[in-house]
Write a protein that binds this ligand. Sequence first.
Ligand code: B12
Length: 251
Amino acid sequence: MSTVVRPYGDTTGDGMVQVSFTLPVPADKRAEGAALQLAAKMGLDPAMVVHAKQMGEGFTFFVVYGRVNHLVDLADVQVVERDFALLSAKEVNTVVKQRLRRKLVVVGACIGTDAHTVGIDAILNVKGIAGEKGLEYYRELRVVNLGAQVAVPDLVEAARAEKADAVLVSQVVTQRDAHLHNTREMSAAFREALPAKDRPLLVVGGPRFDELMTGELGVDRIFGRGTTPGEVASYLVHALITNRTHDRRAP
Ligand code: B12
């Protein structure tokens, strides 16, 4: 079977896509013409404006529908596949209790100026997300949630004081690549402060990370949008206990 596909709109392989964007121009005919010019430059041909709405003074939001001629080769797609088994909360607790023989300590925070705590809370707080309970629910995990806008030196200090096995950092704001800068700063600070054998597992998450960037950002794992607490707990058990590739103190 061919690995080459094209977008589907009205009929299979017709190449139809829908894009949305905002232009800094008042909502009028000229704005729609500008949107079509942009669409043409993006390779949409033909293209039509199917929605245009004023967004405050001097801005217009558009939805444009049109055809692209590009092909997607599925053989060239690169993604991070899940390489660990998904465990139930009970299984996680059992492995930690039997093999680590102490609580697994997780320190979480939103670093930099980022105040978007809903994501990290969804992973850590008992209430969880998507029908799954957060890590606080796991009897054999000890969770320290430092909250929002934590400075990197404070995070390192807290991780050291709590003897963290894993540090979970959330970054939601991506303006001027803040999430990348903050993550690099964080991983560099841990490398500087602690020898490899004492360094916690470093995990970052947020909706706009590229999961392939672990090496570049100096972290062990990146989780993207739609992550659930069960995936994170399973990964922690995999990385820190069952498939321990990490230099952390021995179980
Ligand atoms: C709620 C919200 C707020 C709330 C935050 C309240 C709070 N306590 O968190 C308030 C009103 C305070 C706020 C403020 C701002 N916000 Co705001 N906000 C949002 C909004 C609407 C939803 C975010 C959210 O809660 N998502 C739900 C959670 C569950 O999803 P999530 O974060 O993706 O988390 C999941 C995964 O990513 C992952 N994950 C996330 N973190 C981690 C960490 C780990 C370790 C792991 C494993 C997984 C993981 O797991 C989670 C569960 O599945 C988004 C728009 C949107 N629809 O996404 C804008 C948005 C994030 N905000 C934005 C902006 C610009 C701001 C402000 C700068 C606005 C302003 N000018 O003041 C300020 C910044 C404040 C600050 N200092 O950070 C922009 C960011 C744009 C960008 N490119 O960076 C967005 C995208 C809106 C937009 N389109 O413009 N915001």
